[in-house]
Write a protein that binds this ligand. Sequence first.
Ligand code: SAH
Length: 396
Amino acid sequence: MALIHPTMKIKPREGKRARAGSPWIFSNEIVMDAEMKALDPGEAVDVVLDDGTPLGTAIFNGKTLIAARLVSSEPGTALDADFFAARLARADAIRARLFPTPFYRVAHAEADGLPGLVVDRYGDVLSVQMGAAGMDVRTDIIVAALRRVFEPRAIVLRNDFQARTLEGLPSLTALAYGEEPGEIAFKENGATFLCDPMTGQKTGWFYDQRENRAFAARFAKNLSVLDVFSHAGGFALAALAAGASEALCIDASEKALGLAGKAASASGFEAKLGLRKADAFEALDDMAAQGVRFGLVIADPPAFAKSRKDIEPAARAYRKLARAAASVVEPGGTLVLGSCSHHIDAARFHAECAAGIHQAKRPARLLRSSGADVDHPVHPHLPETAYLKALVFALD
Ligand code: SAH
């Protein structure tokens, strides 16, 4: 294909990861001449190596560390509605094989060939996050492609997340198409859940824990369950659907607990589900002191490390949480610990959880170590983007 975009040159001997298959090219790896500096954030570029070998088409942003993200190994790829529709349809085809109903993450950014673009599908409502300028400037094209592929009733832009500041993008929530969707009911792991794509957290629901919720629920029969950092009850209601005798959700968000309560009613479990608005650490310490214990405890907090400088305090917080949560597990019970901090890797998370459980004086076995469900694929050359960790321990 002919070069149709401005040419971005990689410096001699640089771009090692990109040449090996990674979609990311860093700002120090490229020739930043006057022409490049004049490009607007998000413009498409044709990437060539120092010797002129073409590497592909990328979206460019001179204001950020990841200066270019390859979207195609062909230079001159037009980033039009046909391009996005083809990528979205390819991503959807994989999910449609794996899930019985269209409730899943349909586009997971780089891993689906759509750098910085996340789309969660709630039936005929789509909730979209754009974490790269190259996607943000193409909002109209992407909305057109989404309409063509999914014929949705509504498309919501949930561009209200912190990482956008790295790309120089503003925070905003908007309805891009259709009418305000309101709350949406859907089935997961045998229970009915409610989510609100306009006003809920992130895109409205955390699909990434679906499979981990199902696994945790296998331990739940006839036990009491504690779900701390419960959000809208994803773990607690899966456990009740699997036969738990009762469950308690603890979260700091009234809105999240409200959705959990509605989900319990819709699932027929309102008599078995308790809801408590509290700080999770304080609630755990109180229960530990009072001798309250549960057969299954899940602690799946928000990301404690939002950037590299948070790594050490976040690691201490994961250790403290593991200790506090282990302290309220019955002898012979099960503890599930989660982390969605991209900056804390799996080995570190494991080490902190093990240390915390040891501090609680609870001999334990690690039964399972896992990540996000399959609708959150990982780009094979970006293993560091596998952000979710979930560990399941059996405690003596
Ligand atoms: N486990 C959930 C996802 C948790 S997201 C699921 O499976 O869907 C993290 C949750 O922690 C959010 O709902 C947020 O409201 C809550 N949260 C954040 N800080 C908290 C705190 N200090 N105490 C209790 N909940 C908190």
